[in-house]
Write a new protein. Sequence first.
Length: 338
Amino acid sequence: MLNWYLQSGNESDVVSTTRIRIARNIKGFSFVNRYTKKDALKIVDIMENAVPSLGYGLKLIKLKDLDDITKISLVEKHLISPEFAYNKEDIGAIAINDDENICIMVNEEDHLRLQVLSAGLELENALNLAIEIDKKLEELVPYAYNDKYGFLTSCPTNVGTGLRASVMVHLPALSKTNNIRKVLEVVNGFDMNIRGIYGEGSSSKGDIYQISNKQSLGITEEEIIKNLKIITDKVIEQERLARKILAKNQIELEDKVYRAFGILSNCKKLSSDECNNLLSEVKLGTDLGIIKELNDLKVKKIEMYTKPANLQKYVGQTLDSYERDIKRAEVVKQIISE
């Protein structure tokens, strides 16, 4: 069985990933920004005892037991945040399963950050699984809760449900038709965030954006999902419309995507940023049926195994930046020829 990030899902020509994240804090402990290291280690102990009873194939791993490449590879898969990977080595832990579609960060911005991930647009199914895990965890670990405000979190924007639902969308045609800014403004106007692929403060890479809810207080989990799905459906509709506009000039479109494919499949050295940009063009060509040499699985493999840390995990070598650029070009050719 392929891991979720190598699978195709609903609307996967535009939506690459769905993620449900639930923020929780343990009753009787100060928030992360005010607790002691002793408190943090106690929370890890609590989760170490709870995880075996939680099920789902979850295993608790302490960050200090992971090497740097593995930690960065988890960031690249959106399983942990960059800040968590780099700053919480002595007190951080994760509960993760072999499929890597469930990951609980321990001592990130909150005591617990429960995440469920899926390929394509799977908001309802991912939410249902997250709620199921959350309820089982609450039976094992007492949550900080207020009858008036709901679940208490370190950041006020997460108070209430503690839910942050997000989708990753690939919007190359909206960029090429110069309509991307208009769409970003509309999304922000509907009380949604739209950001780069690694969340707040990050930029878009390869025309990929993350759309997520802003509001978590005074609204139910189901309403959050419904609103996000409405906005996502509109973005999908606009991206597909823009692709139809591009397709009217078939020769120009085919020339553009095949030039990108030609570089990607023949170059001897390839930087991460150049790979992202070329792959955006190639994925568009593959989704539109222009490029016959690739399929969705190969595109997803290239996308995952050309990221700096996952590239090194894939080839089983520690590489410097220049060596990665050379090896990245080799890996791309290898995946294309499979």
